[in-house]
Ligand binder design. Structure first.
Ligand SMILES: [Zn+2]
Length: 451
């Protein structure tokens, strides 16, 4: 008597062989089919030969598991047709158990294809094919709600600039586009469900994103992410530090390099020791001190500006009191402020404390680094699926009520379309299931662990 090590009720284990790396298990069906699979007639079947088949199963005790089955063919006496005994627990296309396919689907999102291929003794191509089929399913079945506050960022991933669409409020990834070309971004945003419900589009100073948002997100206020604005002040300070460095001795140079982070820190975050370091640098190099003050004041405008008017006035004052010696360093920042004035100061139209800001930017930058280190050899499609679907989707959102009816087939240019205003009161219920998107920080941690 051989124990049913497979724990598959339909199989009877008739032979079991164990080697260093493998379990080879020969099985038979416990019972023959009870009806014809063509005409449905009951138990009027004759044996009609058999076919040797080999299936892979999930590993057990660190061994690869192979199932051998002499699969019987039957002929129906009523309709005379033949069929192989049905094996619902197997994925016949892939010659593996369904549970192995599910295992690959799940694991391939968090592990490399290579490591799975080694563990399972399967060709890397097989793993890839299972993954792609699963990714296709996920793309059509897993939906993230359209962000009310939508973030558009770029990420240099796998040798190309990609466009990352994010949910600013949740710090989750909504989607990743293969490139950031204008036509592509516009096309994407235009097909996005509920695009007219997007209230804020938060971005960096990249004209393509602005133009795309104007065209495709008619109700969105475009805001330049604060992080991308204020970093201009840090960059100006860095330029001055680098210039001063040239006049220093080697030893001083090393210390200044070390104190780089002290200079970039906000004053409130400095330790007592760091404050002393800062004072000694600025006492010896007044230019550095002046640049540090300008940087701090510029950040302050964005931290405490009460409203657009207040922020604009403070910015004008900041510019006015800038010594002429500092102007070349802050020129680039001031040019951006001029070119993007509307979008930058849109930030202040929302009350302090509730202003949109891409808080996930830092985590996203970390993620980019990890992906470029670990993701070599992945195609964009694989990478996208890994980033979007790795975290799992336990949280299911409430059904959404549709306001943007273009998504439900309502066409504003078509007179025969139902009037959205009369139908809106009833509310169009979107019955599809939505999940929370993956949090950037969590994906970051998961990708970090992937070898
Ligand atoms: Zn039949």
């Amino acid at each position: 008597m051989v124990v049913n090590i497979l724990n598959i009720a339909e199989f009877k284990v008739v032979k079991f062989e164990e080697t260093e790396h493998d379990y080879n298990i020969r099985v038979e069906m416990v019972s023959p089919p009870s009806y014809c699979h063509h005409c449905g007639c009951v138990a009027n079947l004759l044996g009609h030969g058999s076919k040797e088949q080999v299936f892979r199963d999930i590993p057990s005790h660190d061994r690869r598991v192979t199932i051998y089955l002499k699969r019987k063919r039957y002929r129906c006496k009523d309709c005379t047709k033949t069929f192989l005994e049905p094996l619902p627990m197997l994925d016949e296309k892939r010659l593996m158990t369904r549970r192995l396919r599910e295992y690959i689907e799940k694991e391939s999102l968090v592990r490399t294809f290579k490591s799975l291929s080694e563990e399972l003794g399967l060709d890397e191509k097989t793993i890839r094919n299972v993954f792609h089929e699963h990714a296709k399913w996920l793309n059509t079945h897993i939906l993230f709600p359209t962000p009310k506050w939508l973030g558009i960022d770029e990420a240099h991933l796998l040798h190309n600039y990609r466009c990352v669409i994010a949910n600013v409020k949740e710090s989750t990834i909504y989607d990743i586009l293969e490139d950031r070309k204008k036509t592509k971004v516009i096309e994407y945003l235009k097909q996005m469900p509920y695009r007219k419900d997007v209230e804020v589009a938060c971005m960096d100073m990249w004209p393509t994103y602005r133009d795309a948002a104007i065209l495709a997100l008619p109700n969105a206020r475009i805001i330049i992410d604060k992080f991308h604005v204020v970093k201009g002040a840090s960059e100006a300070l860095e330029e001055i530090r680098k210039k001063i460095r040239q006049s220093l001795t080697d030893k001083q140079r090393k210390t200044l390099m070390h104190d780089r982070f002290t200079l970039l820190k906000r004053r409130v975050n400095l330790s007592g020791f760091e404050q002393l370091r800062l004072e000694s640098w600025t006492a010896n190099y007044p230019e550095l001190g002046a640049a540090y003050e300008l940087k701090e004041e510029f950040y302050d405008i964005f931290d405490t500006g009460v409203d657009r008017k207040d922020a604009l006035e403070r910015y004008q004052a900041w510019k006015k009191q800038m010594p002429s010696s500092m102007q070349p360093y802050f020129k680039s920042l001031m040019t951006s402020m001029k070119n993007w004035e509307t979008e930058i100061f849109n930030y202040f139209d929302t009350p302090v404390g509730t202003r949109p800001s891409n808080a996930y930017t830092e985590a996203l930058n970390g993620l980019i680094k990890i992906v470029n280190r670990n993701g070599r050899g992945y195609s964009f499609e694989v990478l996208r699926a890994k980033l979007l679907y790795t975290e799992g989707f336990k949280e299911i959102s409430e059904p959404m009520y549709v306001k943007d009816l273009s998504f439900c087939g309502w066409d504003e240019d078509d007179e025969d379309s139902p009037d959205p205003d009369t139908n809106l009161n009833a509310g169009y219920k979107d019955s599809r299931v939505y999940r929370r998107g993956p949090r950037v920080s969590t994906v970051c941690k998961l990708m970090e662990g992937e070898g």
